[in-house]
Write a protein that binds this ligand. Sequence first.
Ligand code: C2E
Ligand code: MG
Ligand code: MG
Ligand code: MG
Length: 277
Amino acid sequence: HVKERGRGDFRFYRRQMNFDLLTRVKTEHALREALDHQRIHLAYQPQLDLRSGQLIGAEALLRWTDPTMGAVSPAQFIPIAEETGFIIPLGAWVLREVLRQGEAWNARGMRLTLSINVSAVQFHHAGFVDSLVALLGASTLPPGQIELELTESILIQHVDDTLVRLKALADLGVKLAIDDFGTGYSSLGYLKRFPLHKLKIDQSFVRDIPDDDSDAAIATAVINLAHSLNLRVIAEGVENERQRQFLLDAGCDEYQGYLCSPAVAPEAFVSLCERLL
Ligand code: C2E
Ligand code: MG
Ligand code: MG
Ligand code: MG
């Protein structure tokens, strides 16, 4: 009966795979519909200078509320959008939307650096750099106000082409940050080869500082590594005052996290800005 059980497991496994495929197809369809019907929005999370407390930037984060599924996390739908290729139109929409928002905020005197998450599939897509050049050309927003958040996984693929692209982006004046730093590949060689501006300390290393000695050591090491390479460093996921104080003492430049605010809709961000600026 061992064999029977094995077969049963196999059938179960197959059903799971079909179910997952169906879920992915349904989710992709729902995503396309949502983008067409303005059910996808961007929320903005403030980024602050640690020493002065000044608001200096905002990270744009995708928000999707489906009529039946409710709020769906980008951690769930981004991987599906990457697999199905929908990340290309979705990512292009994010770029356009952030540039439009930046122009509107500049016009109100809210001059902020706007950070945009770029997926690996989007970054390595043939038209990525050209489309950004075109969008920036058509926009009054200075390229220096745009920061692209790239993951380490981007940098280890197609290394020669990646270098060409990063140089083109840096020449445009766009800022480049490494998101979730420390969670990807341990090769640090790319840090000296690529024209980067900033490291983002992953929130998994921030969560338990200052009590966890290993995390405190890692956070401090990342800050020192960034500074010795002339990069700025920001901590993400800062939720309390003890974490903020530790990062300040360790020389970190910037932070973002629930301690200041979660990502909020543009209107709420303007109110926040009036309070913080
Ligand atoms: P990420 O870029 O590392 O963004 C940080 C995540 O941490 C966000 O989750 C943010 O809401 C959350 N966060 C911020 N402050 C705190 C805090 O103090 N505590 C905790 N526990 N969490 C905090 P979110 O918005 O769910 O996004 C998840 C991921 O989805 C992002 O991670 C990013 O990789 C991806 N993502 C979001 N928007 C986009 C986008 O427009 N394009 C792409 N390609 N990916 C995106
Ligand atoms: Mg990010
Ligand atoms: Mg991150
Ligand atoms: Mg990320």
